[in-house]
Every structure is written in C-alpha cells, then in structure tokens.
Design a protein around this ligand. Sequence first.
Ligand code: NDP
Length: 263
Amino acid sequence: MDLGLTGKTAVVTGGSSGIGLATVSLLLEEGCRVALCARNADRLDSVRDRLAERFGAQAILARACSVLDAEEMAAFAGEVEDTFGGADLLINNAGQGRVSTFADTSDEAWRTELDLKFFSQIYPTRAFQPMLQSSDCGAIVGVNSLLAYQPEIHMVCTSAARAGVQNLLKSLAVELAPDIRVNSLLLGVVISGQWERRFEARPDQNQSRQDWFREQALSKNIPLGRFGEPEEAARAIVFLGSPAASYITGARLELSGGVSRFV
Ligand code: NDP
C-alpha cells in the first residue's frame, strides 16, 4: 500500500526521543520532509545529525523550542513555512506522564499537568493550522493515552487530562473538517526512556532486560504479553496521518497489546 507521503511535509513535536523519534525516522523513510522540535538542544542536534547522515540534511529541520510557548510555536511554524513552503501533517506527540494519586497531587501539579496536556495540543495546532488548511491532505494526529478511557489511580491527573484532550480532539475533528483530519492514538505502554530508567534501577541487577520487561507486562495483564516498541506506535501514527487514511477523522486507534477492558 502506498501511504501517499512522498514529497509531503510533516511536523513532529517531541521528535528527539522515543515514539516521536521513531515517527520522524519512518516519515523520512516514506519520503517526507520533516520538521521536529524538542526543548533539549543538545539531544535534538545529535538526533538531527544522525538523521541527516541517513536521509540528507535538506529533508530535516530541527528547532529547539517548547510546545508550551505560543510565541516559540509561531516562530517554529514560520521557519517551517520559509524552509519547506508549508506543512501537510502535524503530530502532536511532545509530553510525558505524571505518577501521583489524588492524595499526593498538589494544586500546582494539577495545573502543570492540565497545562501540559492541553496546550501541547493547542499551541502547535494553532500555529500550523493555516498551513495544514492550505494542504490538499492536511492532518493532525494527537498522541494520547488509554488512560483517557481507563484511568489509573496512580496517574490521577494524567488520566483526567487525557480524557479532556480526547474530548478536545473530537471537537477539532469537526471544527477543522473538511480541510484537516484529526485523529488520536491511545497508547498503552510503549518502551521509552522512563521504562529504560526503571529497568536500570531494577532491584535484582542480575535480571535480564527481556525477563524484566516480560515480568512488567505480565503484572499489567497485557494480553499480548509485552510492552509496545516505539516503531510500532510510529507505524500507527504515520498511517493515521497519511493520505492513505483519507476518510478517517475523529477516530481513535488503540495501541496497547489489548489491555483495554471496555467494549
Ligand atoms: P519520551 O520521553 O521518549 O519523548 C518525549 C519527547 O517530548 C522528547 O523528545 C522530549 O524532548 C519532548 N518534549 C517533552 N516536553 C516538551 C515540550 N514542552 N516541548 C517540546 N518537546 C517536549 O516519551 P515517549 O516517546 O514515551 O512519549 C511520547 C508521547 O506519548 C508523550 O506525550 C507521552 O506522554 C505519550 N505516552 C507515552 C506512553 C508510553 O508508554 N511511552 C504511554 C502513554 C502516552 P525534551 O525533553 O528535550 O523537550
């Protein structure tokens, strides 16, 4: 199947690590030009240099900025327009989860988490909306979590914020139609930096990586018996954002190894 991405321009927030980085790589493999952003300039530069060796520097634009800063997002969008002449696809991926129960979440933590989850969608969407509207295949993919539908008490504010974001994305799918499709990905657990750090800090340092991750997956009752890989999430994101998904909007795709319990 041809995804129809050759020659298109994609923007990936949080593209320097994990799922975002896997998505950037796959989009480049599919023949896209890709603009990516993240806050840590050193990590972003080294990612850009590695990608440029494989795909050529002219296909990549990397900008150190925060999705939580409206002015920085506007400047990033301006740079993408100057460099690539527009944008066809926006992947709102930047972010992280917060582990805390209701009892140990302060007011400030609630505000920080709600701010991160909502504005990491709002500011990039607002900044890139005019370019996406001018595209003949404008699309947004919001990277979200299964917590939106299946809250966990040890991630109380992330769960609540994820539910709100899911609601927002549904509204956007209607308001931005027919010019821009908006879909979401509901992630279960995908191996990324935070899980690698937990593995490094495992109590039994003799336990192998494979055994430790298998044990974690079993404890979470994941039917497929393992965590997801960033490349698996990237394939779902790239499909949803591609012209091959041209009649899909307002949809959610679960990528969790079957861990949801709702029908
Ligand atoms: P990583 O920590 O590997 O990557 C997160 C990326 O986001 C990094 O590039 C980081 O770079 C960037 N980032 C974070 N905050 C900002 C910001 N304010 N502005 C710009 N960039 C930012 O995480 P994952 O790949 O695991 O996660 C990707 C997305 O998926 C996140 O939104 C996460 O919450 C979500 N998710 C992940 C799950 C999982 O199991 N992995 C489960 C559910 C949801 P830098 O720090 O330099 O800014």
